[in-house]
Design a protein around this ligand. Structure first.
Ligand code: G6P
Length: 370
C-alpha cells in the first residue's frame, strides 16, 4: 500500500497533489480551434437543442460540483438548471419529460441513489447524460450520453481530485452546450481560462499547502467551523464543510453568505472560526462588497475569520485573521482553485487529530445500496 501511495502519507494527500493533472486530463482533447468541442457528444446536438431545462442530479460532493455547474450552464447556455439530490428527486414525483435533460454526476458511477434517479428519469421520457470518472460503470451505461472525467482512480473516501474534475467537466459541458445553442459570447476567453487552470492549481498547492497545514495544526481542538460563500463560492463553502465532517469529525456547516442575517449569524461568538470564500472584485464589485461586509459583521462579533481571496485583493486585509491567496481566474473557474485550501485544511486537521484520512469511520467510497 505504501508503494501505491507513491511516497505520500495518504491516498488523499496523493490525490490532492494530482489535482492539476486531473483537471488537465479532463480538458485534454476537448478543445478544437479555440472552442470547446466534446467528441463524445458529436452528433448529439439534439440532446441540448430539443430541451427547455436541465436537472442535475447527484449525491454528496458530486452534488456540490453540480451546483457550480448550474451557475455556469445557466450563464453560458441560457437554459434553466436545477440541482437535485438524487434521493430527493427520485421520490417526489418531479415534472419531467422529453424536454428535460437529466445530467447525473458520479465519481464511481455506481451510487445506487443516483443510478435509480437516472433510471427513473429515463422511464419518464427524459434524456440523460452522465458525468462519470469510472469507465464503463453502471450509470454511464444507463445514460444516453457520457462525458468522462479523467481524474484517474480515486481511493480516499473523501473526494478531492474527482470533485475538481467534475467541475471542469461541467464547465466544458456548459461551454459546449452554449456553443451548440448559440448563446455563448465569451467562448475564446473561457477556453484560455480552462487551459490556464492546471498551472494555477499547482501554484495554490505550492504556495498555500504549508500555511494551511499550519493553521489546521493550531486549530486541532476546534469543535465547530463555519464556511461562507456567495455565488459559486457558496457550493465551495458547502464542500469545505463536508470535507471537515467526513474526515475530521468536526461539526461544520456551509452557508450562503447572504443567509447570514437570516439565522447563522446567531452562531457567531468570540473565537468561532469562519472560512469566507471571497469572490474576485473583478467579476462583480457588488458581490465582492457584499461578502466583505459579511466579513465585517462576523468580525465585529468576535469570529476568527479565515479568508480565501484572490491575490491582490486588499479589501479583506483589515478584517481577516488569516488570508489564503488564490491566483486570478474567471468567475466560474475560481471555485476550482478556492476548494484546494479547504481540502488541505480538512486533511491536515484530521492528521493533527491522529485520524485515518483515507478511511473515515462509518463512510464508504461508493454507496451501492439505497
Ligand atoms: C459517498 C462518498 C462521497 C461521494 C458520494 C457520491 O458518500 O463517500 O465522497 O461524494 O458517495 O459518490 P459518487 O461516486 O456518486 O460521486
Amino acid at each position: 500500500a505504501a508503494a501505491e501511495k507513491g511516497g505520500w502519507p495518504s491516498f488523499m494527500a496523493k490525490e490532492v497533489a494530482e489535482e492539476p493533472e486531473a483537471v488537465a486530463n479532463t480538458i485534454r482533447g476537448r478543445v478544437r480551434d479555440g472552442a470547446v468541442v466534446i467528441p463524445e457528444l458529436d452528433g448529439l446536438d439534439d440532446l441540448f437543442t430539443g430541451i427547455n431545462r436541465i436537472i442535475i442530479t447527484a449525491c454528496g460532493t458530486a452534488s456540490y460540483a453540480g451546483l457550480v455547474g448550474k451557475y455556469a450552464l445557466e450563464h453560458w447556455a441560457r437554459i434553466p438548471v436545477d440541482v437535485e439530490l438524487a434521493h430527493e428527486f427520485r421520490y417526489r414525483d418531479p415534472v419531467i419529460g422529453a424536454d428535460t435533460l437529466v445530467v447525473s454526476i458520479s465519481q464511481s458511477g455506481e451510487t445506487m441513489d443516483t443510478l435509480m434517479a437516472v433510471k427513473y428519469a429515463r422511464e419518464r421520457g427524459a434524456r440523460t447524460l452522465s458525468i462519470c470518472n469510472t469507465q464503463g460503470a453502471t450509470i454511464p451505461r444507463e445514460s444516453d450520453a457520457v462525458v468522462y472525467t479523467h481524474a484517474g482512480p480515486e481511493v480516499a473516501v473523501a473526494s478531492t481530485k474527482a470533485f475538481v474534475a467534475q467541475i471542469t467537466a461541467l464547465l466544458l459541458l456548459g461551454l459546449h452546450v452554449g456553443r451548440v445553442r448559440g448563446s455563448l459570447e465569451d467562448g475564446a476567453a473561457s477556453v484560455a481560462e480552462l487551459e490556464a487552470l492546471p498551472a494555477k492549481l499547482a501554484h495554490v498547492l505550492e504556495s498555500e499547502q504549508g500555511h494551511v497545514a499550519q493553521l489546521a495544526g493550531w486549530m486541532a481542538d476546534t469543535r465547530s467551523v463555519l464556511f461562507l460563500g456567495r455565488h459559486v463560492g457558496y457550493p465551495i463553502a458547502l464542500e469545505g464543510a463536508l470535507k471537515l465532517k467526513e474526515i475530521s469529525y468536526i461539526h461544520a456547516e456551509g452557508f450562503a453568505a447572504g443567509e447570514l442575517k437570516h439565522g447563522p449569524i446567531a452562531l457567531i461568538e468570540p473565537g468561532q472560526p469562519v472560512f469566507v470564500i471571497v469572490p474576485s472584485p473583478r467579476h462583480s464589485a457588488l458581490i465582492h462588497a457584499k461578502v466583505v461586509s459579511n466579513i465585517q459583521e462576523i468580525r465585529a462579533r468576535g469570529a476568527r475569520v479565515i479568508v480565501v481571496a484572490e491575490e491582490g485583493d486588499a479589501a479583506v486585509l483589515p478584517f481577516a485573521d488569516e488570508v489564503i491567496r488564490i491566483p486570478l481566474a474567471g468567475a466560474f473557474f475560481e471555485p476550482i482553485l478556492a476548494v484546494i485550501p479547504l481540502q488541505i485544511f480538512a486533511m491536515a486537521l484530521a492528521t493533527a487529530k491522529g485520524l485515518d484520512v483515507d478511511q473515515p469511520r462509518n463512510l464508504a467510497k461508493s454507496v451501492t445500496v439505497e
